[in-house]
Design a protein around this ligand. Structure first.
Ligand code: KG4
Ligand code: ZN
Length: 340
């Protein structure tokens, strides 16, 4: 049977991403990073929408060129329908609607978090896809959730953050030590030469499978303030150890909750997804447990952890196979639940 070719547009936040898949394999995966937000310490929604508007056409051309196909071969167009910044989502959805109308092909809206989870079904050499049921820990700048995945679209939320997302905690802590947005990756980078046990931070005690990260951020702020009182060069003199210690605290917290989830559900197959799953400490911590305790661990290549359109395209591919198409009057939502 002919494998459908699908083009996907991901514009939920500050990256304009376009990907093309054929069946479950990725033909092209292009990401246009919006550097302008670095100067503001966070994403400026108005600037993000304008930048999507400017970048989307050249990036679509680039993705088609990189996939080595012609546009008439494309069988469907997919886009992120939410959650995300509404202005950014509207740019992607309007553009996807125009393509669907012009090329007379099906139109498929995709839930961003479901896509992070289903990115584990992208065909990747040397990696097998998880078997159902499995637990997925999705960790990004906007979400931290433990999800029980029983089939492609049967997903149950078992726990989530009650305040900040873990990526947000990484980014806010990074800003306090002086890294530009998004600083999670810099904390990871500087941790490599640091001692994770040098500074001890207390972990929040939240019942069940929920998380909380805002208290840790306040604790960290006070810790830095005290340190700077004693030594004006406290951050500079301890940067590696500060990064390693805070990263270990966040990573251990996530790990402990996932271990609790495996005990409660008796499901020992775990997938990690979202931008924070690129973190080297977190990957190592889970990998060690997998080799010791017989846990089945599914990690993504780094390029599919942070926001990308390949995850939207693979989810659309699954929907296409089930004939789950959308009408052109579909409106994206900044906070659309689990609506399929
Ligand atoms: O999934 P994602 O690209 O976008 C959202 O849906 O939010 O996640 C972005 C988040 C940011 O908070 C970023 O700092 C964090 O992922 N991140 C990392 C690393 N790479 C990206 N956090 C810790 N360590 C990393 N290596
Ligand atoms: Zn994301």
């Amino acid at each position: 049977m002919k494998k459908p070719i699908i083009i996907a547009i991901e514009s939920s936040c500050d990256d304009t991403a376009i990907a093309i898949v054929k069946g479950n394999s990725v033909l092209s995966n292009i990401i246009g990073v919006q550097h302008i937000h670095h100067f503001y310490g966070g994403v400026v929604p108005e600037l993000a929408s304008r930048s999507h508007q400017k970048e989307i056409v050249p990036l679509v051309h680039q993705a088609i060129f990189a996939a080595n196909i012609v546009k008439t071969q494309i069988d469907a167009v997919a886009f992120t329908k939410g959650p995300g910044l509404i202005g950014s989502l509207l740019v992607g959805s309007s553009f996807a609607k125009s393509l669907a109308m012009a090329w007379v092909i099906p139109f498929i809206g995709v839930h961003h978090i479901q896509a992070h989870i289903l990115s584990h079904f992208i065909e990747i050499e040397g990696k097998s896809s998880p078997k159902f049921p499995f637990l997925c820990l999705t960790m990004s700048g906007g979400h931290t959730q433990i999800i029980l995945v029983e089939s492609y679209f049967e997903m149950t939320l078992l726990g989530q953050t009650i305040d900040d997302a873990v990526g947000e905690a990484f980014d806010k802590i990074a800003k306090i030590v002086g890294f530009h947005y998004p600083g999670g990756i810099w904390i990871d980078y500087f941790s490599k030469n640091g001692n994770p046990k040098k500074f001890i931070f207390s972990k929040p005690k939240i019942d069940g499978l929920d998380f909380s990260f805002s208290g840790l951020k306040t604790q960290f702020f006070n810790f830095i303030r005290k340190g700077l009182k004693k030594d004006p060069k406290f951050i500079k003199n301890n940067l590696y150890d500060i990064c390693a210690s805070v990263q270990a605290t966040l990573g251990d917290l996530l790990f402990e909750k996932m271990m609790l989830a495996t005990q409660q559900t008796k499901i020992f197959s775990i997938a990690l997804s979202g931008g924070v799953s690129a973190n080297s400490y977190i990957r190592k911590k889970f990998s060690k447990a997998a080799s010791k305790n017989g846990l089945q661990l599914h990690l993504l290549p780094i390029e599919y952890t942070t926001d990308n359109a390949a995850m939207i395209a693979i989810t659309a591919q699954i929907k296409y196979s089930l004939a789950l198409f959308d009408d052109l009057d579909l409106v994206p939502g900044s906070n659309c639940g689990w609506n399929l």
